[in-house]
Write a protein that binds this ligand. Structure first.
Ligand code: EPZ
Length: 425
């Protein structure tokens, strides 16, 4: 199994480019099932999760190619309507093919995803939405069997906040008969990106970017070419890298409209964050890091996917910071690993971490538990004295395209290696 070795202490300097957002690409790939025409997505990074979604689509009979960051999908010969446990348990976003399959083929059999390292993550809100649209849902042997006699029927869906649920509902509703109103819809930029792509395909959606989406169902959708929005979580990771190493990075394709709250928090902590041309200039040069408090919330609040990275920065800030995690019930697995590197963090209950800034972190062998926790450990390693070895970095590869190469190109002392005798997983 690959590992990452970081020797901390180098101030990063230079340009780094952010690619298309993983969490936008995955639903966009699912939405390609809604048309028999070819869909072409640009700005698509090479990520393990995108490979997994490719496998799901290929399993269904779609043709997928991914070259020069362009992903082409043609779903004109769909031969099966199921997503197996092996794929859905590997990546829960596979579950998002449910909506498009039901919408276009009126039938689907999708494995339930099961548990996850950051929380229980049920799919009840997805199923509620499909039922509201007239699907019959049966759960048998770990699979959701869903069907409708003919087209789904538009209806009112009142959500508890859910990004995936909103996207699944939207993809099911665009081909339904009549009007669907989604109340309390997720308004994350990735949901908006999906809605915009669906509109280009011929869907009728209003309220895009708000918490109330209204969909007038249409009979068919066409294939389009669509450029995916930049990854705001990847951008945040580089912004923290600039801050934690007291360096300066120009992060191309990072935009304030995607990460205003994150930029605000980083500024409060002492960093300079300036929008310039097509990116953000972030500097932690000569700055003293200052403690702050964050609470994770739905967009435009502070994203749960950025709390681990910012916590790494808080470990070295003067004073006491707190992180309150409101989205997932178990997203503090990185805490004990940061503590192994010398951080002073205590959990108050299950939702709040109290971080007292220390003068320095020291390198240590650590274990990545999930995608963003892995990024936090890399960031801590960039600032720590000595060598940090990060184990289980396959988590990192799910959402970052060659993170270590990009960081190396701006001065980090970081390599990926495979211990002799270790098999590829
Ligand atoms: C998406 O997951 C993202 N994943 C996550 O990204 C992100 O952390 C999360 O949204 C929150 O922003 C992808 O886009 C692939 P939710 P999703 O439904 O859609 C509960 C990353 O690191 N819930 O908005 O699955 C759920 O348990 C990740 O890239 C139900 O109870 O998240 C959670 O507590 C990981 N029932 C909350 O809602 C449901 O049916 C929000 O989850 C659905 C969700």
């Amino acid at each position: 199994m690959d590992k990452i070795r970081v020797i901390g202490g180098n101030a990063l300097k230079g340009n780094i480019i952010v690619k298309g957002a993983k969490n936008a690409v995955l639903p966009l790939m699912a939405c390609a099932l809604l048309t028999e025409e070819e869909m072409i997505f640009e700005n698509v990074p090479y990520l393990a999760d995108i490979k997994t979604m490719t496998q799901v689509l290929e399993h269904l009979g779609a043709k997928v190619t991914h070259e020069n960051e362009t992903l082409k999908i043609r779903a004109n010969e769909i031969s099966r309507l199921d997503a197996p446990y092996e794929l859905v348990s590997k990546m829960r976003a596979s579950f998002w093919v449910l909506g498009p399959l039901l919408g276009r083929f009126h039938q689907a059999k999708i494995s339930l995803p099961g548990g996850c390292a950051i929380g229980t993550r049920p799919v009840d809100r997805h199923l509620y939405a499909m039922e509201r649209l007239g699907a019959q849902i049966d759960i048998q042997n770990g699979y959701v069997q869903a069907c409708s006699s003919g087209r789904l029927k538009g209806n009112k869906i009142i959500f508890q906040p859910t990004m995936g649920g909103t996207m699944n509902a939207l993809m099911a509703a665009v081909l339904a008969k009549g009007t669907t109103e989604i109340i309390n819809a997720a308004a994350e930029p990735e949901v908006t990106d999906l809605a915009r792509c669906l509109v280009q395909m011929g869907a009728k959606i209003s309220g895009i970017g708000t918490r109330r989406l209204v969909v007038e169902g249409v009979e068919t959708l066409k294939g389009v070419r669509y450029k995916v929005i930049p990854d705001r979580i990847e951008a945040t990771t580089y912004a923290v890298a600039a801050g934690i190493t007291h360096g300066e990075l120009y992060i191309e394709n990072a935009h304030l409209y995607l990460m205003e709250d994150v930029a605000f928090v980083l500024t409060r902590m002492g960093l300079d964050v300036i929008e310039k041309n097509n990116g953000l200039f972030v500097s932690g040069k000569n700055c003293e890091l200052i403690a702050t408090d964050i609470v994770t919330e739905e967009f435009p609040g502070f994203p749960t996917d950025c709390q681990a990275q910012v916590m790494a920065l808080m470990c070295l800030a003067k004073g006491t910071s707190t992180v309150t995690e409101n989205i997932f019930e178990n997203r503090f697995m990185h805490v004990q690993e940061l503590v192994r590197m010398g951080a002073n963090i205590h959990l108050q209950g299950t939702r709040t971490a109290v971080i007292r800034g220390v003068d320095f972190l020291s390198g240590a062998p650590v274990m990545a538990s999930d995608l963003r926790a892995s990024a936090a450990l890399v960031l801590a390693g960039l600032a720590a004295k000595g060598e940090t070895i990060i184990n289980r970095i396959y988590h990192l590869d799910r959402g970052y395209d060659r993170l270590e190469e990009k960081l190396r190109s701006v001065g980090a002392n970081i390599v990926r290696f495979r211990p002799i005798g270790d098999e590829e997983i």
